[in-house]
Design a binder for this molecule. Sequence first.
Ligand SMILES: [Zn+2]
Ligand SMILES: [Zn+2]
Length: 447
Amino acid sequence: MSFFADAMRVRWSTRVALVLFLSACSLRAQTKPSTWAPTADQVNSVYPAVEALYLDLHRNPELSFHEQQTAAKLAERLKALGYEVTSNVGGTGVVAVLRNGNGPTVLYRTDMDALPVEEKTGLPYASRVVSKNDAGVAVPVMHACGHDIHMASWVGTAKLMADNRQQWHGTLVMMGQPAEEVVGGAAAMLKDGLFTRFPKPNFAVAIHDESVLPAGQVGYTSGYAMAASDAVEITIFGRGGHGAQPQNTVDPIVIGARTVLALQTIVSRENNPLDPAVVTVGSFQGGTKSNIIPDEVKLQLTVRSYKPEVRKHLLASIERIAKGEALAAGAPREPEVKITPGANATYNDPELTKRLVAALRDTLGASNVVEIPPKMVSEDFSEIGLAGVPATMFFVGAVEPEKFAEAQKSGAVLPGLHSSLWAPDYEPTLKTAIRAEIAMLVELLQK
Ligand SMILES: [Zn+2]
Ligand SMILES: [Zn+2]
């Protein structure tokens, strides 16, 4: 009897515990709002137009700040979808706003420009465009950085967001930015009222295609993701003369050579090894002939860093070393050191990144959202963050998955961005980009 009663008590208490557990689970499920994601059918339904636009943009690339036809194609499509579209913002920039009730404002950015690269992919839709650059020189033009992928998916996303506006609320600002490759377009749009003539966003998001990830995957980097970039030109003055009579000259080639070597000690000896920094002398020009010592030489450098204090230190050291080497050689004049500031470092807001990584994992599957290391290349999407808006950029894999797996095994280096052979596996890349973009936007604009 007592045994039976005990067994009954156990069974009852187990049942009560189970009921409590299940109701706690359903309560938890109710507190997490379910966010909308487009079905595969919905993505497939917009895809033919997205692909046609991609191929058209790829065949007809335009150089930085000359994206007139490109911008018109984006503006026309978003106007047809019911967005309020403004063209010629900061040059050829496009701003398309979709107001959908109360809620946050979120900016989604694509860049629009192509590069002076001759396409060598041999693809049937390869670019054969030749345009004049700003110096009036005819150059081949190619979407070698994949900004055509960004634009085509941007339009697909704009359509699905407009067609499914019952699934989200707030204001969506779609930004078509010129001149990313010369890191001038974002600043030009901000100067032309991006945050004053149009709703100022609470958050900003962008994607870039990625050559170190297979199509279907999305990469993220929290915190510093891309570097600040500055150009430095150093003119070293000597005293020229006959190559056979060096005693009557001050040889700027030798001062230049010493300067190049001394500059290598900035990163290796002066900089904290835990702070990324690059000083590259990409051009060394001087002299015309073997038996003439020239009057001057010119060095051109690119300087990359993340932290503002590191950036300041690198630039100051370059100037100090250039002047010091000239002084040591008895140069008749101090060198001229001209610094042209470029992009600021891109900082991906860690909190925003974490929130969007969770949303992307829900949509794409946890194994398809991977952390990737920061890079020393640059991006002017950084300007949006520096203007006070939490911002983050994600990276959409664009390499054919089989080719990617083979390269991983063999160690082969596949063509990367800015290569004349860069050829994204466009269908899965575009579809993943659209799904990722919508997942992020709906997370930030959820009901
Ligand atoms: Zn690029
Ligand atoms: Zn790019």
